[in-house]
Design a binder for this molecule. Structure first.
Ligand SMILES: CC(C)(COP(=O)(O)OP(=O)(O)OC[C@H]1O[C@@H](n2cnc3c(N)ncnc32)[C@H](O)[C@@H]1OP(=O)(O)O)[C@@H](O)C(=O)NCCC(=O)NCCS
Length: 190
């Protein structure tokens, strides 16, 4: 069971990105996109109203790192060293070797394929280091651009899960995607 933990959320790297643990000094970068209503429109958390909201998120995540319960990576753009989003696992079902993936990116950087690049790297970590069998991800039906990320990362659409999420005082239907370890292995062979 130990193997399924996040192994200290080690630093990962892609062509354009460093994925690393978030730090208290990231608060301004996180507040910059966390306070954007357009960014938080389809996520379960509320728009950050003050820097204190951002600090709460950081402190919550740091406490989870301590217990190795946080597979939460900050996305840093190599080009400018700025933290422009996060990607990670809000929960992990150890018994069934599956986890849920979530992500967010600053609006300034949308449309450059950054999130698919990060998601692919985290999936590699999930299937090679964490020994997960299934990674799930879902998006509110209207948030099709998130569905594009899942498709580009090799995840498969499984159907609509009705009223799966209660957030912001209402229920939301979601489009459910997942990738299995066996799918991922097949995709690695050209
Ligand atoms: C969803 C999100 C992570 C996509 O990340 P990204 O790095 O922009 O992903 P891509 O570059 O692959 O673009 C994905 C789709 O977004 C749309 N898109 C591209 N540029 C865009 C822009 N400037 N504005 C709005 N949408 C845009 C396109 O439909 C694109 O699909 P396409 O490549 O087939 O045209 C990002 O939009 C985001 O952080 N949104 C807010 C938080 C969120 O919704 N998180 C997911 C919750 S399930």
């Amino acid at each position: 069971m130990k193997k399924l933990k996040f192994k200290g959320t080690p630093q990962l790297e892609t062509e354009r990105l460093i994925l690393r643990r978030i730090r208290p000094s990231d608060e301004d970068d996180i507040f910059e996109y966390g306070s954007d209503d357009e960014v938080s429109k389809f996520v379960v958390w509320n728009t950050h109203k003050t820097i204190e909201d951002t600090r709460s998120f950081i402190n919550f995540t740091l406490a989870r790192y301590e217990k190795d319960e946080a597979g939460e990576w900050g996305i840093v753009l190599k080009e400018n060293g700025k933290l422009i989003g996060t990607i990670g696992f809000p929960w992990c079902d150890v018994r069934n070797r599956r986890a849920e993936l979530g992500y967010v990116l600053s609006r300034t950087y949308w449309g450059q394929g950054i999130m698919p690049e990060g998601v692919k790297k985290v999936l590699e970590f999930a299937f090679t280091e964490m020994e997960l069998n299934r990674v799930e991800c879902c998006h509110v039906t209207d948030n099709e651009k998130s569905g594009r990320v899942m498709q580009k990362a090799g995840m498969r659409f499984e159907g609509i899960a009705r009223e799966k999420i209660f957030a912001k005082n209402r229920y939301w239907d979601v489009k459910q995607y997942a990738i299995l370890r066996s799918d991922w292995i097949k995709q690695q062979t050209p």
